[in-house]
Design a protein around this ligand. Sequence first.
Ligand code: COA
Ligand code: ZN
Length: 264
Amino acid sequence: MKLDPVPLATEVWWARTSAADDRLLRLLDEEELARNARFRHQADRDRHLLGRAVIRLLLAERAECPPEKVTFALRCRSCEEKERTGAGDGTDARQEPHGKPHPTGPAEGWEVSVSHSGEWVALALASGVPVGVDVERVSGARDLEGLAGYTLGDPERQAWERLSPADRIGAFFRYWARKEALLKATGLGLSGGLRRVLVSPADAAPELLAWTGGCGPEAAALLDLERGEEYRSALAVLTDRPVELAVHPHEETVRLLRSQPGGG
Ligand SMILES: CC(C)(COP(=O)(O)OP(=O)(O)OC[C@H]1O[C@@H](n2cnc3c(N)ncnc32)[C@H](O)[C@@H]1OP(=O)(O)O)[C@@H](O)C(=O)NCCC(=O)NCCS
Ligand SMILES: [Zn+2]
């Protein structure tokens, strides 16, 4: 008898950037503080601060350790692949550490992903299985035709062009969020190539259809996350097990922040 696979518990936490507070800076390590200070706009500082502070608190709770014990190693799989295959020409070997944050120390074994856009920050976590989350603000002001050329694979582009101009805007950001969630789950990031990842059309259930050119995951669950008309968001979980998703709204994240010493 074949047993049903055990569902994989996955969490998504939402926070509005209005929850950012300078008191959270004490939760960041030196490298994060330096990066935070380099952002020119307050809105970018807030998004980055909130993402790092909340993910650290969530991991500390799960690892039952003080937040300052939670550390991350940044790994960019695109750069690792270039190094492995000797394809790098040296020009993109950036000094600055970058890539997907991998928990180290007591929280090692947890997998996380962070995304921010507009007024929203999204955090995803699961134990032992890579996750990728993306949130995008829908904007008709950008050069959609140009972006579509960079983002959509041929079959996607054909399906997208059959839509009315009004429907194309939301559909484009749906495609983008689904693809970027997958690219972030694998750790490749955008350098992995949005056009290489083919997903189902925006009005169909989210699904990874094909991954051309290697480096794709063996299995992936793809889910759309609801964030109102102005945003599109998706979660990718690199598993063949059913995903059991718990979504925690902004209010719950605020409660988590307030439960911290000095959290107001
Ligand atoms: C990093 C990237 C995935 C983020 O996309 P975005 O839509 O601008 O931003 P999001 O808010 O959705 O995600 C940002 C988060 O992704 C995470 N991230 C960075 N690189 C990542 C990667 N390779 N894989 C998964 N996650 C990554 C970080 O946690 C980052 O948040 P933080 O810096 O505040 O902690 C994308 O911009 C990218 O791949 N850039 C690489 C381009 C580049 O610099 N190439 C040269 C070196 S490869
Ligand atoms: Zn890189």
